[in-house]
Design a protein around this ligand. Structure first.
Ligand code: SP5
Ligand code: ZN
Length: 334
């Protein structure tokens, strides 16, 4: 399976994030990439397909915000990285406010997603990496791995969150649709619910979203991913959420995964996008499932048995020392 990666994804390097009421080192750091690259070997380069495929998912004003936020932050005389501190919970009024603090609140859902100097450049190339993986499928590869970083599945059409800025999986799924590949299924197996992806496609009947994740009653993102969220309008029945309790190991995990795979098979997709997070690993420092390195290969084999052309898009995974081997195990299984 070819691995796609662009060095410009390294430029995003926020210093810290809010955690338990104080600031701690940013968990989604570049050491994750070094671990993966060391385990995966050679990578393939990523062409620049411009902003048009991003604009199929994200509105222009949101992209403009991502591009200028750090510059505006510095222009306001602020130290460190750009981060919001006020959120419009009563309703997201369509106010066009100039103040950088207002814009940071308007376009984000949490305080763990700071914008640093290289954030836009890395997010842009992360999305381009997903598109490069999709192009490998269009060229006839059965599967491709997009080493996306920053990750994407918490980002909605017009908000960032959960270390995510652009929704790489959604950008690839939309591009696949535009390329005529037909109905797309997205299987999200990051530890956290992919609220952004669900939000983007929840009202669509032509894109299926299935997610196996930690129960949002105990885990981030809390407000999305509950078992009764099944899509809306034309998308009713095209969203499947399978929350699992903390401590879940491979047996119960595979039972839930099989439910998701059955639903995807019944949907009749022409392409699978798999949002893969290795934060389901037993040793993950910020998560609480119990998968072992060797478990990722049979998990991937089950997914591959769908027989669909498959784009694997990297999401989370914070046990840096084991991350590369966990991803390698998954890709070998595929
Ligand atoms: C893509 C992905 O896995 N995003 C996860 C976002 C979770 N954000 C909230 C987690 C809060 C815990 N912060 C721990 C910081 C340790 N340095
Ligand atoms: Zn995650």
């Amino acid at each position: 399976m070819r691995v796609f990666w662009d060095e410009r994804q390294r430029r995003h390097a926020p210093v810290q994030e809010l955690h338990n009421g104080g600031f701690v080192p940013f968990a989604e750091h570049i050491g994750r990439v070094d671990s993966m690259l060391a385990a995966l070997g050679a990578t393939h380069s990523v062409p620049d397909r411009g902003e048009a495929p991003l604009l199929r998912v994200h509105p222009g004003p949101y992209l403009d915000f991502l591009k200028s936020a750090f510059i505006d932050w510095k222009a306001a005389g602020r130290p460190g990285d750009a981060a919001g501190y006020v959120w419009p919970v009563i309703g997201r009024r369509a106010l066009e406010l100039d103040r950088i603090d207002a814009r940071l609140g308007q376009y984000s859902m949490d305080a763990s997603t700071p914008i640093a100097e290289g954030t836009w450049e890395s997010a842009y190339w992360s999305a381009q990496t997903a598109l490069a993986g999709l192009e490998a499928l269009l060229a006839g590869d059965r599967a491709a791995f997009a080493l996306c970083r920053p990750p994407g599945h918490h980002a909605g059409a017009d908000y960032m969150g959960g270390y995510c800025y652009l929704n790489n999986a959604a950008v690839a799924a939309e591009a696949a649709w535009a390329a005529g590949l037909g109905r797309v299924a997205i299987l999200d197996i990051d530890y956290h619910h992919g609220n952004g992806t669900q939000d983007i496609f929840g009202a669509r009947g032509d894109v299926f979203f299935a997610s196996v994740h930690a129960d949002p009653r105990t885990d981030y993102p809390f407000f999305w991913g509950h078992g009764d969220e099944g899509g809306a309008g034309e998308g009713e029945g095209a969203t499947l959420n399978l929350p699992l309790p903390r401590g879940t190991g491979i047996r119960d995990y595979e039972a839930a995964l099989d439910k998701a795979l059955e639903a995807i098979a019944a949907f009749g997709a022409g392409l699978l996008v798999c949002s893969f997070g290795a934060d389901t690993f037993a040793g993950d420092p910020i998560c609480a499932f119990a998968l072992e390195t060797a478990d990722y290969a049979p998990v991937a084999r089950r997914i591959a048995s769908l027989g669909l052309p498959s784009l694997v898009v990297m999401e989370g995974g914070y046990a840096v020392d084991a991350l590369g081997e966990n991803v390698a195990s998954f890709l070998r299984g595929f």
